[in-house]
Design a protein around this ligand. Structure first.
Ligand code: DX5
Ligand code: ZN
Length: 228
């Protein structure tokens, strides 16, 4: 899988979301953080905003649901036009049923793990998923420091993907920047979410290009990576 860079609009100007989406042309996906003030102590946006954003941009939407009861709510994001829907393992009651439902609706099904949640109990579930998200900060806020202690989990997950020969994307989210993206890529990530490192700069599209170059260099030669 080629490297993918997904800017997080959590760090964008919410009053100009369509413009902010266009400001990162060249990005693979637009990462949309949905927070419900229960699963995480922060509140962002919901289905109507995702629906409008999907109409306003050609960049596919990667919706990261930091919400309780995703079994009930996640399908609505697929319906609203999200190309990829990520629910949290800690919140899902029936992750296999939910992943199958998302796929049946035509979305990519993805599951996220908070920093304290190990990957090993989910080994048998991985074929049901299109992407696995390893959080590299405690979810809830942009601009936090990258947790280096997550690198072994990224490595172990990459090993599982290789061992089972899966077509599973491995996403990292939280504190990903010019200073940390190479470590993530070397550990085995291939989809990189970046909020402040993209929208906190004067030229978000240039930031996307430069993160991509760094990640591609760091993974060149890795068996799971391939040229863009
Ligand atoms: C945090 C969100 C992230 C956030 C990342 O809970 O899931 O997507 O936007 O922001 P940065 O890249 O600034 O850490
Ligand atoms: Zn996110």
């Amino acid at each position: 899988m080629a490297v993918q860079i997904n800017p997080s609009i959590l760090s964008a100007d919410f009053s100009r979301l369509a413009d902010e989406a266009r400001a990162v042309e060249g990005a693979d996906w637009l990462h949309v953080d949905v927070m419900d003030n229960h699963f995480v102590p922060n509140l962002t946006l919901g289905v109507p905003v995702v629906e409008s954003l999907a109409k306003a941009t050609d960049t596919p939407l990667d919706c990261h649901l930091m919400i309780e009861d995703p079994d009930r709510w996640a399908p609505q994001y697929a319906e609203a036009g999200a190309g990829s829907v990520t629910f949290h393992a800690e919140a899902a009651h029936a992750p296999v049923r939910l992943a199958r439902e998302l796929r049946r609706m035509g979305a990519r099904a993805s599951m996220a793990l908070k920093p304290a949640t190990p990957i090993e109990p989910f080994e048998d579930l991985l074929p049901e998923l299109d992407m696995l998200l390893i959080m590299t900060v405690e979810p809830g806020f942009g601009g936090q420091a990258f947790l280096d202690i997550m690198l072994p989990k990224i490595r172990r997950t990459r090993e599982l993907i290789s061992r089972h020969n899966l077509e599973l994307w491995l996403q990292v989210d939280g504190g990903v920047s010019a200073a940390t993206i190479e470590r993530c890529a070397e550990a085995g990530a291939d989809v990189f979410v970046a909020g402040s490192a993209v929208y906190g700069t004067d030229d978000p599209a240039a930031a996307v290009r430069s993160l991509r170059t760094q990640a591609e260099k760091a993974t060149s030669g890795a068996p799971w990576a391939c040229a863009h």
